[in-house]
Design a protein around this ligand. Structure first.
Ligand code: 13P
Length: 262
């Protein structure tokens, strides 16, 4: 069985005082989800605070983005080697908010695919675990293009990086129409897409596909996590808004824990 992963993407939220409370509350409950991998993704300016709070716990951390370059004149960027200074384990790559909001909209799709592939490569070569986010837009969803979009992203990634690299990575299905809308995909929809993703990877390598963790992200809350996690190809969640509320986030982690115990 694949070990579930629950990842909390704080996006551009938090403050030193607020983080302290949130971290303390999550830590206080951490022994209630011993069989689940849990990771938090604060804004990079809070990495030191998160590292200090979580260093002796079973909760890991990472960042919401990474540069595809090692160092140099890239104002505002953060390199993979810098993340090692903060003992980061994971990094999110290709989140739709980065794909859509930050210049990346202006880029040709092929250029964007290349940048994401380069970031992925950088993370793997630096020993970080990339969580690659992919999902269809509301427009693509409306015209039934989900599998076409997801399949294309996966093929590009695998053709650039080789399927075996996925044994050191995590995939996240994040349909853009479900992010921050309160309109989560149904467990059945998520299962169908996750199963499609796993089969697509299996076309290249069955063993890699079987071991690959595929997270679902998009309006996961304390009250809908359990049915999502009960699906065989949903290996945990990538949580946005609900990761800022300790009670909600802990409930989600506990739902994953119950799944492990059966
Ligand atoms: P919400 O959980 O707020 O919908 O966000 C999902 C997400 O984008 C996580 O990366």
């Amino acid at each position: 069985m694949r070990k579930p992963l629950v990842a909390g993407n704080w996006k551009m939220n938090g403050s030193s005082a607020g983080n302290k409370l949130l971290l303390n509350e999550i830590l206080a409950a951490a022994n209630s989800f011993p069989s689940v991998d849990v990771a938090l993704f604060p804004p990079a300016v809070y990495l030191h605070q998160v590292q200090q709070a979580l260093k002796d716990s079973n909760v890991a951390w990472g960042t919401q983005n990474v540069s595809s370059y090692h160092q140099g004149a890239y104002t505002g960027e953060i390199s993979a080697t810098m993340l090692h200074d903060f003992d980061c384990k994971y990094v999110l790559i290709g989140h739709s908010e980065r794909r859509c909001l930050y210049a990346e909209l202006e880029l040709d799709q092929l250029v964007l695919d290349r940048i994401i592939a380069e970031k992925y490569n950088m993370a793997i070569s630096e020993g970080l675990i990339p969580i690659i986010c992919i999902g269809e837009s509301p427009e693509e969803h409306a015209v039934g293009k989900t599998e076409e979009v997801i399949g294309r992203h996966l093929d590009i990634l695998i053709e650039h990086q080789g399927v075996k690299s996925l044994s050191q990575a995590v995939l996240a299905y994040e349909p853009v129409w479900a992010i921050g809308t309160g309109r989560s995909a149904t467990p059945e929809w998520a299962q169908d897409v996750h199963s499609f993703m796993r089969e697509r990877v299996a076309k290249y390598d069955v063993e890699t596909a079987q071991g690959l963790r595929i997270l679902y992200g998009g309006s996961v809350k304390g009250n809908n996590a359990a049915p999502l996690f009960s699906k065989p190809d949903v290996d945990g969640g990538l949580i946005g808004g609900a990761s800022l509320d300790a009670n909600e986030f802990v409930k989600i982690c506990q739902s994953a824990q119950k799944q492990v115990l059966g």
